[in-house]
Every structure is written in structure tokens, then in C-alpha cells.
Design a binder for this molecule. Structure first.
Ligand SMILES: NC(=O)c1ccc[n+]([C@@H]2O[C@H](COP(=O)([O-])OP(=O)(O)OC[C@H]3O[C@@H](n4cnc5c(N)ncnc54)[C@H](O)[C@@H]3O)[C@@H](O)[C@H]2O)c1
Length: 318
């Protein structure tokens, strides 16, 4: 008798990170469905092995899919992801990041889904931390509605675990970069810098450029999803006990990043400084020791990932 393939639903699966997560599960021979409203995701990001369902996570159709889809796992990536949009329109942010999440969680309970991987953000739930790299147990002091909604999701997960027995695991990503990140809009700084260097344009650095981030490659993030899908979390109770930081523990300043992108591209462009942006964190860096305990470590150095990203952006433009 043939073995039943495990089934995963990746929400936001046509997006930057979600599509790599889909690839990782396909490579492990899972049956993969992506749910995405294509508001920023692209169908071209998905391999033909992935079934795409186009709908909003807040819709009755999404709830029906989760309830009736016989999924073993949901990896929840769909979200309103822009901090500034959340500041301007906190209700819009909450509508997607909280009400959308609840629509899926309710349906997951009804559908008997075993595990729910929730994508949180290590860059925003801690606010301005007191210690670096930041462990999962650090105080949570989000400074934006986006940070508040991401943290609220983790609390909801705890509730659904305690009261409904849904196995919730949170992944708190640091700054993710890699191929398929949108270099056109206000997306990640790596994609923007790579595109500027490719086109020979000036790089704009806000403030003095000494603010740091923890850049983690998207392939390593996808691997973290695979590990979190299967790890034993029985016996864990508190919200932080089922949360995993996903970062490298290495701080890189924006100035260093600009130099590194130029190095991998083999070309130099001018750098200009613009006034610092209000509310921007000065430092961000995550302690991923708990994830390392599941045998996770970044596959390469920052410049390996930057080279892959630059090559992808250059290829996209041909
Ligand atoms: N990029 C990072 O550095 C980073 C860091 C921390 C956390 N995250 C989280 O990772 C997840 C994925 O982010 P990303 O960077 O890949 O962004 P992305 O915009 O590429 O992916 C989000 C996907 O969700 C879809 N989507 C948005 N609203 C939806 C809705 N209402 N219904 C259905 N689909 C919807 C979009 O079309 C898109 O495909 C998000 O939850 C984000 O908060 C990202």
C-alpha cells in the first residue's frame, strides 16, 4: 500500500518567503497547497507541483478550504507586512493580521488540523531590546500596530493550544532576504540595494547607516519551517516555549551591507545619506540557539546569499 503524503497549506504561498517554504515542502514530498490573494504574491513564484487557491484569508472560502482540506499542517505566511501602513491604518493591519488569522484558526480546529506554524517577526515583537542577541524570552514591547498584531497572533496561538489542543508553533523571523524579494517597492533593503547597484544608481542610506540588522537567507528560513513542522512540542506550555527565533545572531550595519552588495556585484556606485526615518530601530539581532538545538544553522555566509540574490535580480531584468 502506498504511503499517504502529508498535506500542508502555506498561506501567502505565492509571496517571497511563502513560495520558498512551498518549494521546501515539495522537496520533502509533501502535498502542497498555497492560499494567496495575490495582493503582492505572484503566481510565477510557484512551481507546478503546488496547487494555488486564490482567495483572501478573511473569506469564507479560505475557512472552507482549511476546514475541509484534510491538512496536517498550516504554515501561515499571509499578512499585512508593512510597518508604515500599519501606523497609518491600524484597523486594516488588524483586519488581515488578527481577523484573518482567527478565521483560519477557527477553521483549523473544526477541520482537525494538527499543527499551525505561525509566522511572527523577531524584528518587531521585542521593540528596542535590552540584550543582544535577543532570546525568545526577552520582554515583548512592540512599537507599531504591525508588531502588536504579530504578537497578538502568538497569544491567540497559545489560547488555541490550551483550550482546543491545536499545536501552535511560532517562528520569529529576523530580516529575511533572497531571490523573489520584491525590489520594486519598499521591500527589503537587500533587494533595493541589489537593484540600484545593478542599474548603476546611487544607494540611499537613511541616517548614519550604523543601524544594524540580522539578515537571514530565505532558504534557511524555509528549512526552519520543515524542522518546526516536525519537532516535538508536547509538554511545552508558555507562548515563548513554542516560539523559535530565526536569525543568524550576526549584526550587519546598513553601511556594511551596502559595501557587501557592491563586492558581490563587482561594481561600485555612490552612496548618499538621507535623514533617519522616525521610529526606526537602532539594533536588531536574534539568538537562534533554540532552533540550533533542532540542528538548524545557516547554510552559508551573508555574501553567499547576497550573490544568489544579486544573480536572481540580474536574471529577472534580462
Ligand atoms: N520579509 C521579512 O524580512 C519578514 C520578517 C519577519 C516576518 N515576516 C513575515 O513573513 C511573512 C511573509 O512575508 P514576505 O516578506 O514573504 O512578504 P510577501 O508580501 O512577499 O508575502 C505575503 C503574501 O501574503 C499574501 N497576502 C497578503 N494579504 C493577504 C490576504 N488578506 N489573504 C491572502 N493572502 C494575502 C500576499 O499576496 C503575499 O503573497 C509575513 O507574515 C511577514 O510578516 C517577514
Amino acid at each position: 500500500m502506498s504511503k499517504q503524503r502529508k498535506r500542508v497549506l502555506v498561506t501567502g504561498g505565492a509571496g517571497f518567503i511563502g513560495s520558498h517554504v512551498c518549494d521546501a515542502f515539495v522537496a520533502e514530498d509533501w502535498s502542497v497547497t498555497a492560499l494567496d490573494d495575490l495582493s503582492s504574491g505572484r503566481e510565477e513564484n510557484l512551481s507546478t507541483d503546488v496547487e494555488l487557491v486564490v482567495t483572501d484569508i478573511r473569506s469564507p472560502e479560505a475557512a472552507k478550504l482549511v476546514r475541509d482540506g484534510a491538512f496536517d499542517l498550516i504554515s501561515h505566511h499571509a499578512a499585512q507586512i508593512d510597518v508604515r501602513v500599519s501606523v497609518d491604518r491600524p484597523d486594516h493591519d488588524a483586519s488581515i493580521n488578527i481577523m484573518g488569522l482567527l478565521n483560519l484558526l477557527e477553521a483549523a480546529v473544526k477541520g482537525g488540523v494538527r499543527r499551525f506554524l505561525y509566522v511572527s517577526s523577531g524584528g518587531v515583537v521585542y521593540g528596542e531590546p535590552d540584550e543582544f542577541p535577543v532570546p525568545e524570552t526577552a520582554p515583548k514591547r512592540p512599537l507599531s500596530p504591525y508588531g502588536v498584531s504579530k504578537l497578538a497572533g502568538e497569544h491567540y496561538l497559545h489560547f488555541y493550544r490550551e483550550i482546543h489542543g491545536l499545536e501552535g508553533v511560532s517562528l520569529r523571523y529576523s530580516n529575511v532576504f533572497g531571490p523573489r524579494q520584491d525590489p520594486h517597492g519598499e521591500a527589503g533593503v537587500v533587494a533595493i540595494f541589489a537593484r540600484c547597484v545593478l542599474e548603476g544608481r546611487t544607494l540611499t542610506v537613511y541616517g548614519d547607516g550604523e543601524q544594524t540588522r540580522d539578515y537571514v537567507y530565505v532558504g534557511d528560513v524555509a528549512k526552519a519551517n520543515l524542522l518546526a513542522a516536525l519537532t516535538d512540542v508536547s509538554g511545552s506550555t508558555g507562548m515563548d516555549e513554542v516560539a523559535f527565533n530565526v536569525g543568524t545572531g550576526v549584526e550587519t550595519s546598513v553601511n556594511e551591507l551596502a559595501r557587501a552588495v557592491m563586492r558581490v556585484a563587482g561594481r561600485v556606485v555612490p552612496v548618499e545619506h538621507a535623514p533617519a526615518r522616525a521610529g526606526e530601530l537602532q539594533r536588531s539581532c536574534l539568538d537562534s540557539g533554540r532552533l540550533a538545538g533542532l540542528d538548524w544553522r545557516p547554510a552559508g555566509e551573508l555574501e553567499d546569499g547576497l550573490a544568489a540574490t544579486y544573480a536572481w535580480i540580474a536574471g529577472e531584468d534580462r
